[in-house]
Design a protein around this ligand. Structure first.
Ligand code: LUZ
Ligand code: MOS
Length: 768
């Protein structure tokens, strides 16, 4: 089934927040933010902004009727700074004006006198100074301290990965207007409508029922709108509260890049020990997470880092510890993978370093340690199957790894200035919110008397195709054509207390809730059919292809006639379904449990060609065997896989997020922050569907696909490293992502600077 949004997307008719026609009297908001990363506000002068003819009001923290607090997990983040500023980009005041242009102009007239303190940007410095968001946490399995004696090889090192800008095409924004009796309706570009509702309620001092949040769709989220859409929605709602007028705020790209948090950068230390036959005996890691200036979702992200510390490997002795470090950059947040990719980069670095020291390909160690069914993760949950091994073997066989290697070796032997590198990247990702209570969802279904159907769920469509999947679920259970079904906007008055659309779990949770509601409706409708057709209790009645079937035989009774009959019989044609993932649990005291409904696995083979004169590179191919379970929509799932892969490659290679020592974001526009374009995409991406009909807890056994493929991109770093080593075996490039062409060049000539002069200039043209 095609994505149901295709038609309106292609015609430019899809509606995003900025496409909602503004109401008469709409005011435009713009935030004045701190130019100092850490400091004390000594004076704030808004008088010149207030004097602007188009300005209606300048809002500061003093105007907040409820609490000045937007922190989701920990109450440590004011909406508007009071006396202290904690990062460059921290909101201090908001201008409300009659035009967008005037709001921006007036912001420039605000003057703040801020006494600067020393800003911290390095998480290790924060850790040393005791600046922690939450107490550090440690996961343990076996006894790693006493396992080193058993190891034939022990390797230690460090790895770091930078942050990542979400760069959703649609920037953050919201539009709100007053409804009666002091209520407010908000259109928000958020993955978490309930989070917005709760935050706005707290800041305005209003009960949640006075706040209605409505979401049609997002132009991308990637985690950046899981929690961080709330601030912008709260600003406009506060504007409505204070002026009684509709208020709109759509951030421009530079405001968005400057003021919002990103993927958490990490610096980490590792120690790994292996036996003679390359079994990993022990693994230790210490992660320093750069949380930024407030908790946001970083504590939960840190937890997922620990959960993914051993990727898809079984390691009998593990000690991994994580610190969430408070620094003076914008609070970092959810980003596709949610701390998992950061941990997986570290163990892949450890394995690669061990392989380099032992003198075997990393793939030998990787393959020897893949999880098998019932092997335990460090947090106590056993692997549910053999997909780690199955996907590896499938990738090796399907893509003929021997031939691929032979091709690369031949190329490297006959080329001096271009070298190819290859890497395997196995992935393993746990599906469920790590916070057990978030794993619940609801769906509200109306069957109208003409037989058409409207469905509301807690799922937010952000381009990932979840609405299409919801149509598929309902069409299947109700036995009707998909064209009868409309997916309504995601709205807090129709579906309440929702979890954000996140953790790759949206289709599973909301799909199961939709299925439950459909089944209840089918039960009532088949009861009506029994009466209408005068059938016995024994007759088996089903609805299929828009007709009622009795004992497998199609009858004359169609869907519309049945619905009409049921309506006249006064049977309820509305149903609310509720789903809560069974069996999952986690004990934070013991750091043990069964937090995930299931895991998603896969293996990618990445090949790169490095230009050893310039340090540039091109990806020849990425060949993937991915564990989809039993895919319910191959087009949508393939799109998620390709998109995730390329986003992961961007994180690992070219997206270089840089803050200076003063905590200023240097890469604050698309001229300085590069994301993959069509030329950076691998020349070939092949995805093999490792199909399995085995029982799992996914909707239609179709495993979650949103985040896992991003981690295939980690293979890009290691493929480049392999090519660098082919050119310069002495090279010891640091495990520092992104592996930009600049760093590649340094690695190529690491310890052999003399070769730079000996490169024959004419030969550079060899490849054109
Ligand atoms: N969000 C969240 C997530 O709140 N909890 C999670 O476990 C999670 N995992 C991935 C992405 N977002
Ligand atoms: Mo996400 S990182 O699943 O919002």
């Amino acid at each position: 089934m095609k994505n149901i949004d295709s038609n309106t997307h292609v015609r430019g008719e899809s509606i995003y927040v900025d496409d909602i026609p503004p109401r008469q009297g709409t005011l435009y908001a713009c935030v004045f933010d701190s130019k100092v990363a850490h400091g004390h506000i000594e004076a704030l002068d808004v008088s010149k902004a207030e004097a602007h003819p188009d300005v209606v009001k300048v809002v500061t923290y003093k105007d907040i009727p409820g609490i000045n607090e937007i922190g989701g997990i920990i109450k440590d983040e004011p909406l508007l700074a009071e006396k202290e500023v904690h990062f460059q980009g921290m909101p201090i005041a908001m201008v409300l004006a009659t035009s967008e242009h005037s709001a921006h102009e007036a912001v420039k007239r605000i003057e703040a006198t801020i006494k600067a303190h020393h800003p911290i940007v390095d998480p290790r410095e924060a850790h040393a100074k005791g600046e922690l968001i939450i107490p550090s946490r440690t996961f343990r399995l076996g006894d790693s301290e006493n396992a080193w004696d058993e190891c034939a090889y022990i390797v230690e090192g460090s790895a770091e990965s930078a942050g990542q800008e979400h760069l959703y095409l649609e920037t953050q924004g919201a539009y709100a207007y007053p409804t009666e009796n002091g209520s407010i309706r908000i259109s928000s570009s958020t993955q978490g409508p309930t989070q917005v509702q709760r935050t706005v309620g707290a800041v305005l001092g209003l009960p949640m029922h006075k706040i209605e949040v409505d979401v049609t769709r997002l132009g991308g989220g990637f985690g950046g709108k899981e929690d961080q859409a709330s601030a912008w929605a709260t600003f406009v709602a506060l504007g409505v509260y204070l002026t009684g007028k509709p208020v709109k705020y759509i951030l421009d790209r530079m405001e968005d890049m400057r003021m919002t948090g990103k993927r958490n950068p990490y610096v980490s230390d590792f120690k790994i020990g292996l036996s003679n036959d390359y079994k990993i005996i022990a693994y230790q890691a210490e992660y320093f997470q750069n949380a930024g200036a407030a908790a946001d979702l970083s504590p939960a992200i840190m937890e997922r880092t620990l959960f993914h510390s051993t990727n898809s490997y079984f390691v009998p002795n593990v000690t991994v510890q994580a610190h969430s470090c408070r620094t003076n950059i914008p609070p970092n947040t959810a980003f596709r993978g949610f701390g998992g990719p950061q941990a997986m980069f570290v163990i892949e670095a450890a394995i690669t370093k061990a392989a380099e020291e032992i003198g075997v390909p990393a793939s030998v160690i990787q393959k020897a340690n893949l999880l098998k069914e019932k092997d335990k993760f460090p947090y106590g949950q056993p692997a549910g199957g053999n997909e780690a091994v199955d996907s590896w073997v499938r990738a090796e066989e399907k893509y003929d790894i021997k031939a691929l290697r032979a091709e690369i070796d031949a190329f490297n032997q006959s080329n001096q200035l271009y070298k190819k590198g290859l890497a395997f990247m196995p992935i393993c990702f746990g599906i469920s919110f790590t916070k057990t209570d978030m794993n619940q969802a609801r769906a509200l279904i109306h069957i109208y008397s003409d037989g058409s159907i409207g469905i509301s769920t807690g799922a937010v469509e952000m381009g990932q195709g979840v609405n299409t999947k919801m149509v598929q679920v309902a069409a299947h259970y109700l036995g009707v054509d998909p064209s009868r079904i409309k997916i309504e906007t995601t709205n807090t008055t129709r579906v309440a207390n929702t979890s954000p659309s996140a953790a790759s779990a949206t289709a599973d949770l909301n799909g199961k809730a939709t299925g439950i509601a459909c089944n209840a409706l089918v039960k009532r409708l088949t009861g009506a059919a029994r009466k209408k057709l005068g059938l016995s209790e024994q007759a088996v009645i089903t609805i299929k292809d828009e007709f009622i079937h009795v004992d497998g035989q199609q009858t004359e009774l169609g869907w519309e006639a049945l619905v009409q009959f049921a309506f006249l019989e006064r049977i309820a044609l509305t149903e609310n379904g509720h789903y809560a993932t069974p069996t999952i649990h986690f004990d934070k005291e013991k750091e043990k449990g069964h937090p995930f409904a299931y895991h998603v696995y896969g293996t990618a083979i990445t090949c790169v060609t490095v230009d050893c004169v310039r340090g540039r590179y091109e990806f020849d191919y990425v060949k993937i065997a991915h564990d989809f379970g039993s895919s319910m929509n191959k087009i949508v799932d393939l799109g998620q896989t390709e998109g995730g892969l390329v986003q992961g490659i961007g994180w690992m290679t070219m997206e270089e997020l840089m803050y200076n020592k003063e905590g200023r974001l240097l890469t604050n526009a698309l001229s300085t922050y590069k994301i993959p374009d069509i030329y950076a995409v691998p020349k070939e991406i092949e995805v093999d569907f490792l199909e399995s009909d085995k029982e799992n807890m996914a909707i239609f056994k179709s495993k979650a696909v949103g985040e896992p493929p991003l981690m295939y991109g980690i293979g890009a770093y290691f493929a480049i490293r392999d090519a660098v080593k082919a050119f310069n075996p002495q090279a010891e490039p640091p495990f520092s992502a992104p592996f930009t062409p600049e760093k590649v060049l340094m690695g190529l000539y690491d310890g052999k600077a003399n070769n730079v002069e000996s490169v024959p200039v004419g030969a550079v043209k060899a490849k054109g």
